[in-house]
Design a protein around this ligand. Structure first.
Ligand SMILES: Cc1cc2nc3c(=O)[nH]c(=O)nc-3n(C[C@H](O)[C@H](O)[C@H](O)COP(=O)(O)OP(=O)(O)OC[C@H]3O[C@@H](n4cnc5c(N)ncnc54)[C@H](O)[C@@H]3O)c2cc1C
Length: 321
């Protein structure tokens, strides 16, 4: 057992958005928490995310609705207190044929159908909604600082923890994302590779756009406070973390077709991340060799979108409320 971990601690295993929000909700309830991970920000998948509120590549929808609605409320409050970390932005989802109301309409305060005059060339329909955009790196740093100020300890393991029993505590919250495939031997976990470009913000980039009509090549443009994230790719089962020039060219071509101003975009960084896909989010308790394990992983392309709702649900399982 690590000398920094005490027998009475609740261990949150995982230092991405799911682990840190879960630790935050537990700390708010007065629980003594230690966060253990082999990678912290800026080295997590969560650092790669755009991260706009949008329930993408995640199941099951009936649960996702509730978790994502709870998260909207938290982010909305944070956008008032911390506008440098969370902002509400106008988001347009675009379609090449007519569509009915969005399945996620109950999770947002309001949405509207786009007027034909607002549709870029080639699109037949779209929705507009005001949704949170989280500056992922700043958010993770902010949460860590806040947790440390509240007495939460952070322990970096030299290598991935092989078994929850190695942690030597009675309660572990498993927020290991893609790492759960190995840790739990979970065959339902799979990678969804995503490549994004970070470019300098230009005057023509105000609205967030998404077109998911091509499943493996979603197109999205997410303006943040000083930069804009251009995406993307979503290749299931692809674990390649190298930057691919063909993806970069395709992303630039697709995004400039939507916002022509982006054809001269100044690229600041190119990032690749593996979304922790799963047939459905695993949020449940299990007894393993006398240890109570609360699983909270498999959030696909929506970890930020669901984080606070899932953190509340995981904390309720720990606290028995
Ligand atoms: C290109 C891209 C764009 C995205 N855009 C968005 C978006 O706009 N909106 C949105 O909501 N989501 C988005 N996502 C999805 C989002 O990033 C993920 O759903 C989210 O990061 C998952 O968070 P997590 O904490 O579960 O995983 P991670 O961030 O991967 O964190 C897992 C943590 O567990 C630790 N860990 C794993 N296994 C072990 C082990 N055995 N021992 C010790 N530590 C371990 C890791 O070190 C890490 O600290 C995007 C993802 C990508 C790749």
């Amino acid at each position: 057992m690590n000398p920094l971990i005490e027998e009475t601690d609740v261990v949150v295993l995982g230092g991405g958005v799911i682990g840190l929000t879960t630790a935050q909700v537990l700390a708010e309830a007065g629980t003594t928490v230690v966060v253990v991970a082999d990678r912290f920000s800026p080295g997590t998948t969560s650092d790669v995310a755009a991260a706009i509120w949008y329930p993408y590549a995640v199941q099951p929808r009936e649960k996702v609705l509730g978790w994502s609605a709870q998260s909207v409320q938290r982010y909305r409050a944070m956008s008032v207190d911390q506008p440098d970390i969370v902002r509400l932005v106008e988001f347009h989802e675009l379609f090449r044929s007519e569509v009915g109301p969005p399945w996620w309409e109950a999770a947002v305060d309001s949405y509207r159908f786009l007027d034909p005059s607002e549709l870029p060339l080639g699109y037949a329909a779209g929705y507009a909604a005001m949704v949170p955009v989280v500056e992922s790196g700043r958010f993770l740093t902010h949460l860590r600082n806040r947790l440390q100020a509240a007495g939460v300890r952070f322990v970096q393991s030299d290598s991935p923890v092989r078994s929850v029993a190695d942690l030597g505590v009675p309660v572990v919250i498993n927020c290991t994302g893609l790492g759960a495939a190995t840790l739990c031997g979970d065959p339902e976990v799979f990678a969804i590779r995503g490549q994004v470009l970070r470019a300098r913000l230009t005057a023509g980039c105000r609205i967030s756009y998404a077109d998911d009509s091509d499943e493996s090549a979603p197109t999205y443009i997410i303006p943040r406070s000083t930069d804009v994230i251009l995406g993307g790719t979503a290749t299931v089962g692809d674990e390649g973390t190298e930057v691919r020039d063909a993806d970069t060219e395709s992303i630039l071509r697709r995004c400039s077709a939507l916002v022509p101003d982006l054809s001269n975009a100044e690229i600041l960084e190119i990032k690749v991340g593996l979304r922790p896909g799963r047939t459905r989010v695993r949020l449940e308790a299990e007894e393993l060799d006398g240890i109570r394990v609360i699983h909270n992983y498999g959030h696909g392309g929506a970890g930020f979108t669901l984080a606070w709702g899932c953190a509340e649900a995981a904390a309720n399982l720990v606290l028995g409320t």
